[in-house]
Design a protein around this ligand. Structure first.
Ligand SMILES: Cc1cc2nc3c(=O)[nH]c(=O)nc-3n(C[C@H](O)[C@H](O)[C@H](O)COP(=O)(O)O)c2cc1C
Length: 177
């Protein structure tokens, strides 16, 4: 093995699917792209990394609510466009042809065109590392959607597509809820 650049080591640990985070700042709905996510435990808690450099952060801080929307691989261009523009300047739902739908539990909208949506409350800000802890309160899955393939960001502008599923449920029984 040859040593590699430590600053590129994060690209070896592929995170979960790229997600879209919706917020509402009291004036309009917004969306951002997030690839730094983590499931915190079996209770529906999730961590995301983001901070005040993004417009969405103000709404997360003020209203402590958001939706985690799970897009699919065919939405790659929307995912990248959403993550390279700011809600400060544009209405991303209108600009990128997405439909906001209220789930009813938080003021941030679900995204109709996504495979799944999770309404969340912000339960903690870990400022030192720009980590936000979310608690899921309601989840929605569109089983009628044909494309169920999620995208995984490597971190260098390339993406890995979700692939074959392997079942080890029996062997892992003692570790599963
Ligand atoms: C594939 C992809 C992944 C991204 N992941 C993150 C992330 O994990 N955390 C973050 O703060 N920004 C991430 N971004 C950048 C934000 O989505 C971007 O700054 C966006 O413009 C913020 O929108 P806003 O200003 O409307 O909040 C990502 C962008 C892309 C394209």
């Amino acid at each position: 093995m040859r040593e590699m650049d430590i600053n590129k080591a994060f690209t070896l640990i592929e995170p979960g699917p790229v997600v879209l985070i919706t917020t509402n700042d009291g004036v309009k709905n917004n969306i951002m792209t997030i690839s730094w996510t983590m499931v915190v435990d079996f209770t529906p808690k999730f961590a995301i990394t983001t901070g005040e450099w993004n417009y969405s952060y103000k709404a997360l801080k003020k209203f402590k609510e958001c939706v985690i929307a799970i897009p699919t691989a065919d939405q790659i261009n929307q995912i990248v466009s959403i993550g390279t523009t700011s809600g400060k300047d544009i209405n991303k739902f209108e600009k990128f042809g997405l439909t906001p739908v209220m789930g009813g539990n938080v003021n941030a909208p679900l995204i109709k065109e996504c495979l799944a949506n999770i309404e969340c409350k912000v339960v903690d800000f870990i400022k030192k590392h720009d980590i936000i802890i979310l608690e899921g309160i309601a989840a929605y899955y569109n089983s009628s959607q044909k494309n169920k393939q999620t995208l995984h960001a490597v971190g260098d502008g390339t993406f890995v597509l979700d692939g074959r599923k392997i079942n080890r449920k029996k062997a892992m029984q003692s570790k599963l809820p």
